[in-house]
Ligand binder design. Structure first.
Ligand SMILES: O=C(O)[C@H]1O[C@H](OP(=O)(O)OP(=O)(O)OC[C@H]2O[C@@H](n3ccc(=O)[nH]c3=O)[C@H](O)[C@@H]2O)[C@H](O)[C@@H](O)[C@@H]1O
Length: 447
């Protein structure tokens, strides 16, 4: 007899198949539930990111007025570490003398900026620096100036003038009384190589700074660096502020001239107190390596030939070379006599001060003479290559009349080119560690 089918085995088998079916079903459900969860989480994260970015980066078409009202809780962490960063900013910009200024010095890593920042700090003003440390010339020199300023408790915020967000943040943290605006794309001849950099810094950057300043309450007073180059093809001598400046010879000069007109507009509409200073070929220790006196020194020491320009009619090219300490005194004189801005929160309340001054040495020296002074200081003969001045934006001659600056804040240059260059050469050989007879000679004869 056939044995009856094993019902227990059949039942167990069915049960197992059923259980495994249920397990598969649950697994599938679980998978679909977790992928839904994953999808939702991704969506949420994307939305959060979009929200933060919208909050922190204005659309391209936005204007900075809009940016001004864009305060948010993230900005302090974006700019260097929140509370600690703000503390450094405050500490650096707090004055240490009664009625001291709180000055934002743009271009504080630069030649004139670093000297002015130190001078202001030494007399008890609060100073905060701003610099983008670009590589137009050797950034390590800018970093060395930054280190020097840090020794004197001056903090330089590393940012571009066009960063409206950061500038707004700075003015939120510090009620600056003054801006000493020295950040710029400098250099006459480089404007033919990189014209856009002049537009970015000297026009767009300046406007950005003025936009922030005009909307602040109280508005700061502004002193800024224009240039002797605005006199361009002017032939009246010495150059006076009443002479025409509508024939710039270089794009650099044109952007500085544009700055003067832009200053007029912001003064007129918003009541900003603005003083422009036309610097005449500033030189000295910690100077700019792109300037002739600086690279002539370097090239002469390295035995390389230097090129000296002459005018088309074989005349010597000359400059009213001005020593840095005189320029610093001029900048401080301008700051000390700057009246308060009259507007607040973007509205003008009354007419405000608008000034332009020459800051020069009043005593032009030919480039040939400049070279012979350097040769004497270095005790090395230059390999001179004299050529006609290429059409590069240079003008043949500059000479400042400074009677206006003298009248208004006692500006009086005191350093002749030979004394100023002696100080420069002494710094140069020390900074670059050049050991030679140059050093011995300078050590024995310098102050
Ligand atoms: O005072 C000013 O407004 C300007 O002064 C300088 O411009 P510049 O006077 O041209 O100074 P350098 O570039 O140092 O040239 C000094 C002189 O040396 C001449 N030079 C320059 C270079 C060279 O290879 N050979 C030469 O003979 C120039 O033609 C000029 O006469 C600065 O570079 C500008 O930023 C500033 O705005």
């Amino acid at each position: 007899m056939a044995s009856p089918p094993d019902m227990s085995k059949t039942t167990t088998g069915k049960l197992e198949r059923y259980n495994s079916y249920i397990r598969r079903l649950n697994h599938t459900k679980f998978l679909s539930a977790s992928s839904k969860l994953l999808f939702r989480l991704t969506l949420l994260a994307a939305l959060i990111l979009i929200f933060f970015f919208t909050l922190n980066y204005p659309p391209l078409s936005d204007n900075s007025h809009h940016v001004l009202h864009h305060h948010n809780f993230l900005s302090s962490t974006f700019y260097g570490g929140g509370a600690a960063w703000e503390k450094k900013v405050r500490h650096s910009s707090t004055p240490r003398r009664p009625n001291g200024f709180s000055v934002l010095v743009t271009g504080a890593g630069g030649f004139v900026g670093s000297h002015c920042a130190l001078a202001l700090k030494k007399r008890g003003d609060g100073v905060l620096g701003l610099d983008n440390f670009n590589s137009y010339y050797d950034p390590s020199l800018k970093r060395a100036r930054q280190a020097l300023l840090a020794q004197h408790q001056i903090f330089i915020v590393e940012a571009d003038l066009n960063d409206a967000h950061l500038l707004t943040k700075l003015f939120d943290v510090v009620p600056f009384t003054h801006i000493l605006h020295l950040a710029a794309q400098a250099g006459v001849r480089y404007a033919m190589k990189n014209p856009q950099s002049y537009v970015n810094s000297n026009i767009a950057g300046f406007i950005n700074l003025l936009e922030i300043a005009k909307a602040t309450n109280p508005q700061p007073s502004i002193v800024w660096a224009s240039s002797s180059s605005v006199y361009g093809l002017n032939t009246q001598n010495p150059f006076s502020e009443s002479h025409g400046t509508d024939q710039p010879a270089s794009l650099y000069a044109a952007t500085k001239k544009a700055g003067e007109e832009i200053a007029h507009t912001y003064n007129h509409i918003y009541g900003l107190s603005i003083t422009g200073l036309r610097f005449f070929t500033v030189y000295g220790p910690w100077g700019r390596p792109d300037m002739a006196y600086f690279f002539f020194t370097k090239d002469i020491l390295q035995g390389k030939p230097i090129t000296i320009y002459q005018t088309a009619d074989d005349k010597e090219v000359a400059r009213d070379f001005t020593y840095i300490d005189d320029i610093v005194r001029g900048c401080i004189g301008a700051l000390d006599t700057a009246e308060k801005s009259t507007g607040s929160g973007g509205k003008k309340k009354a007419p405000a001060q608008l000034r332009i001054y020459n800051l020069g040495n009043t005593s032009p020296v030919s480039v040939g003479k400049l070279v012979s002074i350097i040769e004497n200081l270095l005790n090395v003969k230059a390999k001179k290559h004299v050529i006609k001045m290429p059409r590069n934006g240079d003008v043949p001659y500059t000479h400042a009349n400074v009677s206006l600056a003298y009248k208004d804040f006692g500006y009086k240059p005191t350093t002749d080119l030979a004394s100023g260059l002696r100080k420069f050469v002494k710094w140069y050989i020390g900074y670059y560690g050049i050991e030679s007879k140059v050093k011995k000679e300078n050590d024995s004869s310098d102050d």
